[in-house]
Design a binder for this molecule. Structure first.
Ligand code: HEM
Length: 221
């Protein structure tokens, strides 16, 4: 298929998979925010989420495919750009080059590393900090699990650092996908840049608020 081999086609696929990942990040944030309602918030939410296992697995496989395409093409595009411009950063010059735009590969790989750790921790429940159990309503106690883990300052700090990497990645990723979709002109490019930073900052602060509130002792067992 030509779309897979042409570099424009691959950019479009990166853009579409990136948009799917942003939608996931938004939905996941809304779901995670139920933690502010205590065990009855997040434990009920997690129970609902897992009540249809075939749907959960279909969604997981779909997201795995999206993230794999996004990473594979991100790495190959970066390598190809480097080979074409040895010694220079190859960033589309219609968007202003910035620290975020020049380090997309590194912030992306750090976020991917975070996701692996995060899955090992909260989905596989395989890290030493994890406390598993049931709450008084016999539901998996996700509230206790998350609050116990984020009570560890190092874990919370690692999350905050990962959210900063996600912010940097999205602050260029959002304007970049808008440009790839062809919605750019003289007037919209500066607005894309500002909009990308504002949306990414809101996402970062909202995600960081969870470990921050727990570390501050405002959300406890
Ligand atoms: C404060 C920040 C976060 C918290 C408290 C949190 C919490 C959780 C929890 C509790 C689960 C397990 C859900 C369950 O099995 O019931 C989970 C799964 C997951 N999280 Fe997060 N998360 C956070 C940030 C993120 C971020 C920033 C990303 C992506 C960039 C992310 C990606 C995922 C993925 C891919 C899964 C696996 C979903 C599945 O089981 O199919 N999380 N998260």
């Amino acid at each position: 298929m030509r779309i897979l081999s042409s570099s424009v086609g691959r950019k479009i696929l990166m853009s579409i998979t990136g948009q799917l990942l942003i939608i996931f990040i938004l939905i996941h944030l809304i779901g995670n925010s139920t933690i502010f309602f205590g065990p009855n918030g997040i434990n009920a939410y997690a129970e609902h989420l897992h009540s249809l296992p075939p749907l959960v697995w279909a969604f997981r496989l779909f997201m795995l495919a999206a993230i794999s395409v996004h990473i594979a093409y991100g790495v190959t595009l970066t390598l190809e750009n480097k080979a074409a411009n040895p010694g220079a950063y190859a960033v589309k010059r219609n968007l202003k080059a910035s620290f975020a735009s020049e380090n997309m590969i590194w912030t992306g790989l750090l976020v991917a590393g975070f996701i692996l750790y995060h899955l090992l921790q909260f989905t596989i429940k395989g890290t030493p900090d994890i406390v598993v159990g049931l709450d008084s309503a016999n539901r998996p106690d996700v509230f206790r699990m998350v609050v116990t883990s984020f009570g560890n300052g190092l874990i919370s700090l690692a999350y905050m650092f990962a959210m900063l990497m996600l912010f940097l990645h999205l602050s260029h990723g959002i304007p970049s996908f808008l440009q790839t979709m062809g919605w750019n002109n003289e007037k919209t490019i500066p607005a894309f840049g500002t909009g990308g930073k504002v949306i990414s900052a809101i996402l970062m602060l909202a995600y960081i608020s969870i470990p921050a509130v727990i570390l501050a002792g405002l959300l406890k067992l």
